[in-house]
Design a protein around this ligand. Structure first.
Ligand code: G6P
Length: 579
């Protein structure tokens, strides 16, 4: 939620900041703004999306600047609440990602001391606190300010007449890019890819003093060294590459995301964690929660290991008795609830593992081991290739526990994913685009696949969709079935096939139109449903992947038909760094 970017060097800051904010827009797109530093601070900020604005015409002068793209938490999205925020005299500007939990109290105190507030945001208190502590040295002012802040923050501050940016982080991500006599700061690596591959990940509690010549980092008052790491993403990965939307590009990148994640394998630490676990708890949110549920079905049935899966946002307030291995599944590695849940598991003496797509992300600093997915940067808000790469990572863990019996299956699965990318689903799209409600049903691992299918549909097409375990449909939702309520049923061969066919017939008897996903050549199923979408007749693990991809395409094509904003669905953000 919210993206921040900073630049200091020899070039004009404005175009670099604007380009950086466009790359970060997937983190929030209610408003945007930049500030540059010279003898005074100049600010431009505006409600709306930077990609749809005349931002190219903004020409604030200066080689030092900070920028922000917002996902509103405190204060409605408008020009005034857009960041950067300045102090009373306009001598300090701040951009911030996170939530200052004690801002009401701080604001009251600051107003009592004579400060004038312009916005409704929590962030503005930071600018005024820095103002109070600023006696010519911005670093000292930020150092004196952060102990007053409760909550989460990644912030960048600049001051007039001061040729530096001061950055601080606690529980929100911040990464620095090291260029040639120039430095960058950003919420994640995507804006840095255009300029450098050398990055420094700040730790919670770090304060960085950034100048064009270098950076000095302080932690609890002491100067510290943080390693310079090399990013292995390339700039092309973060571009649309001729596709209409990032989401479509990312759907089409899934064979590679799966293959690369399998190819990268699992290091010895993670292998040992998995082999020694006698029970596993997974914590996750959103799409990642669905991959965790799929893991539960597969791991419990294939490796006979007890697995529990918890919504991270619930887990923090209800901690069941757990032990063994706790796994955080999070593509961004920055989801606040998932990080909090994992810390809770750690406090219960669990050994911890992160499955994430982002090298150096916060979660990797908390856990005992990390299994890095190889999806590359995912820009579309709706998770697609990160979902498939998560499944690749989780299926590898199952394979390890099963002594490698799925080596062959996993090494070829990407081919089947590639095969379904071109499936003709136009009839299914025509049915879904006219619907107000859609049900997705499946059994076993295909139940979480149906949850994910429904999530994809609602988040990008805005059509109300529910995922259900097929057997549960008659415990309530049957009352909603009508001839205009499509039901998407995932019905591959196997132990649940017979009962799924019975369920489909029951649905049919209520005259709801059925779109069924089954294996190629299943004429029995094709005959009883309205629309049949064939999947390659392969291993169960692979059918989990192929059916998921078809449901992503169904959501995507339906959203296109309804002319939705695919990559930036309303009210959503890709990385949810607030609870
Ligand atoms: C947001 C995103 C989802 C994602 C969820 C969890 O809601 O829009 O696509 O599944 O966060 O994110 P994580 O980075 O922890 O997987």
């Amino acid at each position: 939620m919210c993206g921040i970017v900073g630049y200091i060097g020899r070039r004009e800051a404005t175009p670099i900041l604007i380009q950086g904010l466009k790359r970060l827009e997937y983190r929030g797109y209610d408003s945007f703004g930049i500030a540059t530093v010279g003898s005074s601070i100049e600010v431009f900020k505006k409600q709306g999306r930077i990609s749809e604005s005349e931002a190219g015409a903004v020409s604030l002068a200066g080689c030092i600047g900070i920028g922000h793209t917002r996902w509103a938490t405190h204060g409605e999205p408008n020009d005034i609440n857009a960041h950067p925020h300045i102090d009373c005299r306009g001598g300090v500007a701040v951009v911030h990602n996170g939530v200052i939990e004690n801002f009401t109290e701080l604001k009251r105190q600051l107003i009592e001391r004579g400060h004038t507030f312009r916005s409704d945001t929590d962030t503005e208190v930071i600018a005024h606190l820095i103002e109070e502590h600023h006696h010519g040295d911005l670093l000292e002012a930020v150092r004196a300010t952060v102990p007053h802040l409760r909550g989460s923050y990644a912030l960048l501050a600049v001051a007039a007449h001061d040729r530096r940016i001061v950055a601080a982080r606690d529980c929100s991500p911040l990464v620095l890019g090291i260029g040639d006599s120039e430095l960058f700061a950003a919420s994640d690596m995507t804006p840095l890819l255009d300029h450098t591959e050398r990055v420094v990940f700040l730790e919670d509690g770090d304060i960085a003093d950034i100048s064009a010549d270098g950076v000095e980092i302080y932690h609890q008052g002491e100067k510290v060294q943080r390693p310079v790491e090399l990013i292995d993403w390339c700039v092309e990965d973060a571009r649309k590459g001729g596709f209409a939307h990032y989401m479509l590009k990312e759907i089409f990148e899934q064979p590679q995301a799966f293959y690369e994640t399998i190819r990268a394998g699992v290091d010895e630490t993670v292998r040992n964690l998995v082999l020694s676990a006698d029970e596993v708890t997974l914590v996750a949110c959103g799409t990642s929660y669905h991959t965790a549920l799929i893991f539960k079905y597969l791991a419990e049935s294939l490796c006979r290991i007890p697995v529990r899966v918890e919504l991270a946002s619930e887990f923090k307030y209800y901690t069941p008795p757990i032990s063994g291995l706790a796994v955080a599944v999070t593509q961004s590695g920055e989801t606040a609830d998932t990080i909090a849940a994992l810390k809770m598991a750690k406090a219960h003496n669990c050994i911890t593992l992160a499955i994430t797509n982002v090298q150096g992300s916060t979660i990797t600093r908390v856990t005992d081991g990390t299994l890095l997915m190889r999806a590359g940067p995912e820009i579309g808000v709706a998770a697609t290739k990160s979902y498939i790469a998560q499944l690749a990572a989780l299926m590898q863990l199952i394979n390890i526990r099963c002594g490698g019996v799925f080596d062959e299956v996993l090494s070829h699965a990407h081919l089947a994913i590639g095969e379904v990318l071109m499936r003709d689903i136009q009839d299914a799209v025509a049915l879904c685009r006219g619907a107000e409600h859609i049900f997705f049903v499946g059994r076993g691992p295909f139940y979480p696949v149906s949850l994910e299918g429904a999530l994809k549909m609602k988040e990008i097409s805005y059509v109300h969709a529910e995922g259900y375990a097929a057997g549960e449909l008659k415990h309530g939702p049957f009352a909603l079935l009508t001839p205009v309520t499509p039901v998407v049923a995932i019905c591959p061969p196997g132990s649940t096939y017979g009962v799924m066919v019975s369920n489909i017939k029951e649905i049919k008897a209520r005259r709801a139109p059925i779109i069924a996903l089954g294996v190629d050549g299943d004429s029995e199923l094709a005959e009883i449903v309205d629309i049949f979408i064939p999947l390659p007749d392969t291993h169960l693990l692979v059918q989990v992947l192929t059916s998921s991809v078809v449901l992503q395409l169904l959501a995507y094509r339906t959203a296109c038909a309804l002319q939705r904003d695919i990559d930036r669905p309303r009210n959503l953000a890709k990385s949810v760094t607030v609870e």
